[in-house]
Design a protein around this ligand. Structure first.
Ligand code: ADP
Ligand code: MG
Length: 144
């Protein structure tokens, strides 16, 4: 399967790509996101939530690891594992029950728990390129 690559030049464009994926999301979708701090993972996730029809604010659940949203077309599980100490913490919060359930999941900082990311996960990598401007982002989607 080939990669899908988008280039965006504004936060709104990145939001729209997330939103489109949210609109098309099927039960059991897992999106594993990688990219440095401030690159747009949460913004993409906010678009995704919007695409699922979730109305409430979606923020990075950095201090809780998981935020659950039940008011959209599918249950949505938003993980941010930036502060994870050990992958075993994911077992404790029931990671597998969520990602193998019938909702949709996004995991920010997925590379930190790579050994437990399911093989079927869609990979989203967001990168900056200083030569292309402050608001430029390259979004690479694999395994879609
Ligand atoms: P992360 O979750 O990866 O740490 P955030 O989504 O919280 O990042 O923040 C991304 C920041 O980058 C926001 O302040 C956003 O306005 C800014 N930004 C600028 N250009 C873009 C772009 N093309 N796509 C996404 N975010 C952008
Ligand atoms: Mg974030």
């Amino acid at each position: 399967m080939s990669d899908v690559i988008y280039e965006t030049h504004s936060p709104e464009e990145t939001f729209e790509i997330g939103k489109k994926m949210g609109e098309e999301a099927k039960p059991g979708l897992i999106i594993a996101m990688t990219g440095d701090l401030g690159v747009g993972k949460t913004l993409f996730t906010q678009g995704f939530a919007k695409g699922l029809g979730i109305e409430g604010p979606v923020n990075s659940p950095t201090f809780t690891i998981l935020q659950v949203y039940e008011d959209g077309r599918l249950p949505f599980y938003h993980f941010d594992v930036y502060r994870i100490g050990d992958v075993e913490e994911m077992d404790e919060i029931g990671f597998e029950d969520y990602v193998f359930g019938s909702g949709a999941s996004i995991i920010e900082w997925a590379e930190l728990i790579d050994e437990i990311i399911p093989e079927e996960a869609v990979r989203v990598l967001i990168e900056k390129d200083p030569e292309k401007g402050f608001d430029y982002r390259k979004i690479t989607i694999k395994n879609i």
